[in-house]
Design a protein around this ligand. Structure first.
Ligand code: HEC
Length: 106
């Protein structure tokens, strides 16, 4: 009986962490529309010299956003992006990545 209970708790934790990890696409879209689209264009399609984000891998997008947030320079214009990524929370990064990665499949 005790093992069953522990198993159940374990399952809950796994299910819950999956929900957190998979990101909330509509929350990501709302966050994106606050200011990201000014540079990256509507739906992350890219604008002038600002890179396209739509359809890129979730892991890739999260990795980039975390690197920028940490102040890492990646390309020639990283300072712009470092400024933008600094206020992002982990949750916002997960949501943004989920949104941007899926935006093309609409
Ligand atoms: C002031 C314009 C500007 C804004 C606003 C902006 N970005 Fe960027 N973003 C850039 C530039 C410029 C780069 C390329 C930086 C470099 O050279 O490393 C970039 C790069 C990125 C990359 C990496 C792309 C790749 O393929 O490597 C991601 C992901 C990204 N931005 C997401 C976002 C998100 C999410 C937001 C909103 C929170 C945002 N950006 C807001 C200008 C902007």
């Amino acid at each position: 009986m005790k093992n069953l209970f522990i198993g159940f708790i374990f399952l809950l934790v796994i299910v819950y962490s999956n929900v957190v990890m998979s990101g909330d696409i509509s929350a990501g879209e709302a966050r994106y529309s606050q200011n990201c689209g000014n540079c990256h264009g509507p739906g992350g399609m890219g604008l002038a010299s600002y890179p396209k984000l739509a359809g890129k891998e979730i892991d890739y997008l999260m990795d980039r956003l975390k690197k920028y947030r940490a102040g890492t320079k990646i390309g020639p214009n990283s300072s712009l992006m470092i400024m933008m990524a600094e206020p992002l929370s982990d949750k916002e990064i997960v949501n943004l990545a989920a949104y941007l990665s899926n935006v093309q499949k609409k």
